[in-house]
Ligand binder design. Structure first.
Ligand code: H79
Length: 437
């Protein structure tokens, strides 16, 4: 046994499990990255990548006018894709706030939008029965007290230490800490119950920022006090405390890497095309198969997928996002039972990796779901070691029986139609003979 992990609060494992239940059942959410960076439309890090000053960035604030913003439409689009929750950037690294904060003028109410966009988002998504979460950036490239980091090897503006000292003269991170706390308090008190808080991000070290910069320990106490049920990501640099966060956040990783997180609470976040903010000229978008792979492989390893949309500066999901969401909705409409409330099965129900079948399992109904990423050309599917393990087999999308017989010593052979069903990844539902240990 390893050293006992430190903790801040007194929640038991069972209490946490109960608090997390809706989230682990939901499995699939929508991330929404929206801010002034939708105007340049060339990545949400544009201000940093191109070293744009506040003055140079001002034109995006002056021209922000999302005349087609309709969060009810966003909510319907998320719901139709099978998503159960949504997390919106209330403020990204650029510092622009989509809500009517008392603590800054750099906010949507002072633009042509004239409205608290966060409030409208919350109301619209709640009305569609979706859970709501807030992304809030710990990093802030606009706030006057936020210091510029030292000579980091990965930074493109390689100044000297003296240059940084000059830039940071008179800045006071203590004041920024108070700003963080004030704004998070606003977000957690003015919009009703908030289901998720997604703080982003820490990069502790000589040239970075972490818990001492954000006053994380004080902040997490405020968060837990204001919203005791909220589910919190792991980016405030308190990962050495078992309850310094609720879930891990592998960002833009390949599906093959997700097996590492099995047994933890986790959510992988992913983009359609690479950028989180709307990016006009990024043309390599993941196809339906890649998106299904991310979703199904997440569930098959006991985790969630939060898939990002970057709305345009006018407030619409662009046609590529809509096409992708529609394709997921088509699949989910027929196959969602293998996603919601599901997780990985016991090892005895695993299948050889070469079969390219991802297995999910619903502990409540004792059903197993086989996701066929490869479809057998002759319709014969052998399940090694499955003899005596099931009482019935059917396709999930139409509940049509799949006949099977014993083969070898311990195996089953399923007789699938030679014609593949009209789903990129067909799903077989198996009723288990006995309760899985
Ligand atoms: O909001 C989305 C991204 O904008 C944000 N997280 C998702 C959800 C994100 N972007 N990048 N990252 C998180 C990680 C980036 C790390 C680095 Fe650096 C940026 C490595 C080098 C430049 C900052 C400076 C951290 C280390 C040096």
């Amino acid at each position: 046994a390893g050293a006992q992990q430190k903790n801040i609060f007194n929640e038991t494992v069972q209490q946490k499990k109960k608090r997390m239940q809706w989230w682990t059942d939901a499995r699939f959410g929508m991330f929404i990255h929206w801010g002034l960076y939708a105007l340049p439309a060339r990545h949400e890090w544009v201000k940093n990548y191109e070293q744009i000053t506040n003055a140079g960035y001002q034109k995006y604030f002056d021209n922000f006018n999302p005349d087609q913003f309709d969060p009810k439409k966003w909510a319907r689009e998320a719901k139709n894709a099978g998503m159960k929750y949504a997390v919106l950037t209330t403020k990204h690294h650029e510092g622009f706030c989509l809500f009517d904060s008392k603590y800054t003028d750099y906010k949507s109410t002072n633009t042509a939008a004239k409205r608290d966009l966060v409030k409208e988002f919350v109301d619209a998504f709640r009305a569609e029965g979706l859970r709501v979460g807030f992304y809030y950036s710990l990093i802030d490239w606009h706030h006057p007290d936020f210091t510029i980091d030292g000579v980091h090897p990965q930074r493109i503006d390689k100044g000297t230490e003296a240059d940084y000292a000059a830039v940071n003269k008179g800045k006071d991170m203590k004041k920024y800490q108070q700003y963080l706390k004030n704004q998070i308090t606003e977000l957690l008190t003015k919009y009703g119950k908030i289901d998720i808080l997604w703080l982003d991000f820490s990069y502790p070290g000589t040239f970075g920022k972490g818990r001492n910069d954000w006053a994380s320990m004080d902040l997490i106490k405020t968060i837990r006090k204001l919203q005791p049920q909220i589910i919190l990501d792991n980016r405030m640099d308190l990962n050495d405390y078992s309850d310094g966060y609720d879930f891990e956040t592998p960002e833009q990783v390949a599906p093959e890497e997700l097996v590492k997180y099995k047994g933890k609470y986790w959510e992988t976040c992913q983009t359609f095309s690479g950028s989180w903010g709307y990016h006009r000229d990024e043309h390599t978008w993941k196809n339906q198969r890649q998106l299904l792979d991310l979703l199904i492989t997440s569930v098959a390893n006991g985790g969630n997928l939060i898939l990002n949309v970057g709305p345009t500066a006018r407030g619409l999901f662009d046609y590529r996002a809509n096409r992708a969401l529609d394709s997921l909705g088509y699949w989910m409409n027929a196959n969602q039972r293998s996603v919601y409330n599901c997780t990985y099965p016991a090892n005895a129900y695993a299948l050889p990796a070469a079969s390219n079948i991802r297995v999910t399992y619903n502990p409540q109904t004792q059903r197993l779901y086989l996701h066929l990423f490869d479809y057998p050309a002759d319709g014969k599917l052998v399940l090694p070691g499955f003899r005596g393990k099931i009482t019935y087999a059917e396709f999930l999308h139409d509940a049509s029986e799949i006949q099977y017989k014993s083969t070898g010593e311990k195996d089953l052979e399923l007789k699938l139609p030679v014609q593949k069903p009209p789903y990129e990844v067909p799903v077989i539902e198996l009723m288990l003979a006995k309760t899985m240990e």
